[in-house]
Write a protein that binds this ligand. Structure first.
Ligand SMILES: NC(=O)c1ccc[n+]([C@@H]2O[C@H](COP(=O)([O-])OP(=O)(O)OC[C@H]3O[C@@H](n4cnc5c(N)ncnc54)[C@H](O)[C@@H]3O)[C@@H](O)[C@H]2O)c1
Length: 351
C-alpha cells in the first residue's frame, strides 16, 4: 500500500497547490486543516481537478489526541507543514496568537511525529528569516538576520527549533524551504489565493482592485533606493513553489539532517513594474496612490536559488507573464474567491 504524506494547512493557498502537485505525482495525501483561513470548497475543487477523493480532516495541529489518532490510522511517511498564521500586520497586534499557533503548534506536531516514529518534515519558512539583507541576491550561506516582526520571528524560532531537533537525533530529515513571494494560481483557475478579510499582499490587493472589490491600490513608499522608488521582490509562481516541495520530499528520503533551500526565481520586480505588467497583460488600468513606507518593509529582496538548483534539481519555470495571467484567471473566474460558483474560464486576452 502507498504511504501517506500528511499536509498540514493543505486547504490553504500554497498547501492546496502542493497537494495537487503531490497527488499528480502519485502520492497519497491526507490534508489536516482547521480552516481558520481556508474553506472546504478548496478540497472539493482539488477532488474535481484530480478526479480522486482527497482525504481531509478538519482539525488543529495543536490537538495531540487528534494527531496521535491520525498517525495511528494512516501509514504516514512524511509531513509537509504549512499550517500557520501569516499576516505580518496581525502578528504585531496579536503576537501571542502567532507564537501559540506557529511555534507551539510546530512543537506539538514534531512531538506527535516523534511519538509515532515519523521523522521526515518539510517546513514552510520564509525569506523573512534573513531580516534586512546587506546585499542581493540572498544565498542561504549569508545566515539568518533579525526578522522585523513577530510573524518573521516565529519562522526563525521554528527554524532554530527544527535545527536543534535534527542535531539531537539523526533519524530526522527536515527541509526548511525559504519562500520568496508566492503569487499565481493553478492554470485551471479552480484554486488560488483567497485571503479572508482585507488582503495584505500586493497581488491579491491588485486583483481585488481590478475586480472592483477594493477602490484603489495603496503603494507603500515611493522613495526606496530601487529602480523606481518602490519595493522590489522576487515573485515566484505558486505551482513552481509546489513542485519545490515534491523535490524536497524526494531528496529528504535519502538525506537525513537539516537542509535549507531558497525557493525564488532570482529576479526582482518593483511594485510599479508589477502594476504596469498587470495592466499590459489584462488591459485593465489600476488606480493607485502612494502612501508612506510601512514599518518593517525592506527595500529589495531577491533570491539566489542556486542551492535548490544544485541539490533539488529545481528551478522556477514560470515567468512574470504567466504568474499574472494565472492570478487574474483565478480572480476573474472567482470574484468572491471560493464563495463564487466556478465559471469555466474564457482565454485571458493577452495584449
Ligand atoms: N503566502 C506567502 O506569501 C508566504 C510566504 C512565505 C511563507 N509562507 C508560509 O507558507 C505557509 C502557507 O502559507 P499560505 O499562503 O498558503 O497561507 P494560508 O493561510 O492560505 O494557509 C495556511 C493554512 O493553515 C491553516 N491553519 C492555520 N493554523 C492552523 C492550525 N493551528 N491547525 C491546522 N490548520 C491551521 C489555515 O486554515 C490555512 O488553510 C505558511 O506557513 C506561511 O507562513 C507564506
Amino acid at each position: 500500500m502507498r504511504k501517506t504524506t500528511l499536509i498540514t494547512g493543505g486547504a490553504g493557498y500554497i498547501g492546496s497547490h502542493t497537494a495537487l502537485a503531490l497527488i499528480n505525482a502519485g502520492h497519497k495525501v491526507l490534508v489536516l486543516d482547521n480552516l481558520c483561513n481556508s474553506c472546504r470548497e478548496c478540497i472539493r475543487r482539488l477532488e474535481q481537478l484530480t478526479l480522486t477523493r482527497v482525504d481531509f480532516i478538519k482539525g488543529d495541529i495543536r490537538d495531540p489526541v487528534l494527531l496521535d489518532d491520525i498517525f495511528s490510522r494512516y501509514d504516514i511517511e512524511a509531513v509537509v507543514h504549512f499550517a500557520s498564521l501569516k499576516s505580518v500586520e496581525e502578528s504585531v497586534r496579536k503576537p501571542l496568537d502567532y507564537y501559540a499557533n506557529n511555534v507551539a503548534g510546530t512543537l506539538d506536531l514534531c512531538q506527535a511525529m516523534a511519538r509515532n516514529n515519523v521523522f521526515q518534515l518539510v517546513f514552510s519558512s520564509s525569506a523573512t528569516v534573513y531580516g534586512e539583507p546587506s546585499h542581493t541576491p540572498i544565498a542561504e550561506d549569508v545566515g539568518t538576520g533579525k526578522p522585523v516582526n513577530p510573524y518573521g520571528r516565529t519562522k526563525l524560532m521554528i527554524e532554530e527549533l527544527l535545527t536543534d531537533l535534527c542535531d539531537s537525533d539523526p533519524r530526522w530529515s527536515i527541509g526548511l524551504l525559504r519562500y520568496f513571494n508566492p503569487i499565481g494560481a493553478h492554470e485551471s483557475g479552480m484554486i488560488g489565493e483567497d485571503p479572508r478579510g482585507r488582503p495584505n499582499n500586493l497581488l491579491p490587493c491588485l486583483t481585488q482592485v481590478a475586480i472592483g472589490r477594493i477602490p484603489e491600490l495603496t503603494v507603500y513608499g515611493s522613495d526606496y533606493p530601487t529602480v523606481d522608488g518602490t519595493c522590489v521582490r522576487d515573485y515566484i509562481h505558486v505551482v513552481d513553489l509546489a513542485i519545490g516541495h515534491l523535490k524536497a520530499l524526494q531528496v529528504l528520503q535519502h538525506n537525513n539532517g537539516i537542509h535549507f533551500w531558497n525557493l525564488g526565481t532570482g529576479v526582482g520586480y518593483s511594485v510599479l513594474q508589477i502594476i504596469h505588467s498587470f495592466e499590459d497583460i489584462t488591459g485593465i488600468s489600476i488606480p493607485y496612490r502612494f502612501a508612506p513606507r510601512r514599518l518593517g518593509d525592506i527595500a529589495k529582496c531577491w533570491a539566489d536559488p542556486g542551492k535548490a538548483g544544485r541539490e533539488l534539481g529545481w528551478s522556477a519555470q514560470r515567468g512574470l507573464e504567466q504568474m499574472i495571467t494565472d492570478t487574474w484567471r483565478w480572480q476573474s473566474c472567482n470574484p468572491q474567491g471560493y464563495q463564487s460558483s466556478f465559471k469555466i474560464p474564457a482565454p485571458v486576452a493577452v495584449k
